[in-house]
Design a protein around this ligand. Structure first.
Ligand SMILES: C[S@@+](CC[C@H](N)C(=O)[O-])C[C@H]1O[C@@H](n2cnc3c(N)ncnc32)[C@H](O)[C@@H]1O
Ligand SMILES: [Zn+2]
Length: 272
């Protein structure tokens, strides 16, 4: 499944290393993940989200506020790929592996699936690898996927950057891409507090060449943030949080109790 990020030849596993026939080798960390991001492709020392944002998102997700989204994604993958003995599914921009781990558990109730997770943030992947040892996690860029052509039966992309041509390349013909993007009213109450004229999120599904949009639907519900820690996590995990001054943040950490979650889920299938 893996290919060398330097020469694109297949990688084979040998003990605690992956290597190619050109003698490029990549160590498997003690947590079980592999770093396949060539140093020259790193634009900053620690690319990806910063530690505070990640901690806030981890706590918010672990508290279950987005569990309805995760459940729905799991059901979609089981509907489309549950008939296969071992579907290969990639979580692209997986962060700390919340959705990847829940997808893995959902499949295990039914059949085995091999889940792969990729993110450019080493801190996020390190945490993800500790969460679920049976998922293959790697540090890599979504713009240069270290996977062979047509490696996957399914791809999941939740709020993460990607390159359409790379998605197309690593998906097998007839394979599935399920994406999540914010729908019009996502976190509307938070945006109202920040902007005088908040703009709704654009709901145009991204069209990916070589794929056909099979279904799109919204998942909308209201979250009740009972405790201050949950409210602060929400404020700290999104880019909106950066726009708040300390007084605004303090005020919202008391008042932001009811918040809308509004997601657009799109299912696309690669042409046969
Ligand atoms: C908003 S987070 C979403 C994480 C996860 N899917 C979730 O919903 O919890 C976006 C993720 O994309 C990752 N990311 C940013 N640029 C990336 C790139 N070029 N390649 C791979 N991942 C990237 C970040 O590190 C971060 O984990
Ligand atoms: Zn190589």
């Amino acid at each position: 499944m893996y290919r060398c990020p330097l020469c694109q030849h297949p990688l084979v596993r040998d003990g605690q290393q992956w290597h190619c026939d050109q003698r490029h080798s990549f160590d498997i960390a003690k947590q079980g993940y592999v770093n396949l991001l060539p140093v020259q492709n790193k634009r900053s020392k620690s690319p990806g989200d910063n530690a505070d944002m990640m901690q806030a998102r981890r706590d918010f997700l672990n508290a279950g506020f987005y569990q309805p989204l995760s459940d729905q994604l799991n059901q979609l993958f089981i509907d489309y790929l549950g008939f296969m003995p071992t579907p290969q599914i990639l979580d692209l921009g997986c962060g700390e592996g919340y959705y990847s781990a829940r997808l893995h558990s959902a499949f295990n109730l039914k059949n085995q699936a091999q889940i792969w997770g990729l993110d450019i943030s080493k801190d996020a992947i390190r945490y993800a690898a500790k969460r679920d040892k049976q998922i293959q996690f790697c540090v890599a860029s979504a713009y240069d996927l270290p996977f062979s052509d047509q490696a996957f039966d399914g791809l999941m992309r939740i709020y993460a950057p990607s390159l359409a041509s790379e998605i197309e390349r690593v998906t097998r013909p007839g394979g599935w891409l399920i994406t999540v993007q914010p729908a019009a009213d996502h976190l509307a109450e938070l945006k109202q507090a920040i902007y005088s004229q908040p703009q709704p999120h654009d709901e145009t599904p991204e069209s990916i060449q070589g794929f056909e949009l099979i279904q799109q639907h919204k998942l909308s519900y209201e979250m009740t943030l009972d405790c201050e820690a949950d409210r602060l996590n929400l404020l700290n995990m999104t880019p909106f949080g950066w726009k708040l001054n300390p007084e605004q943040k303090q005020a919202l950490s008391h008042s932001l109790v009811k918040v809308k979650a509004d997601f657009l889920i799109c299912v696309q299938q690669k042409n046969q």
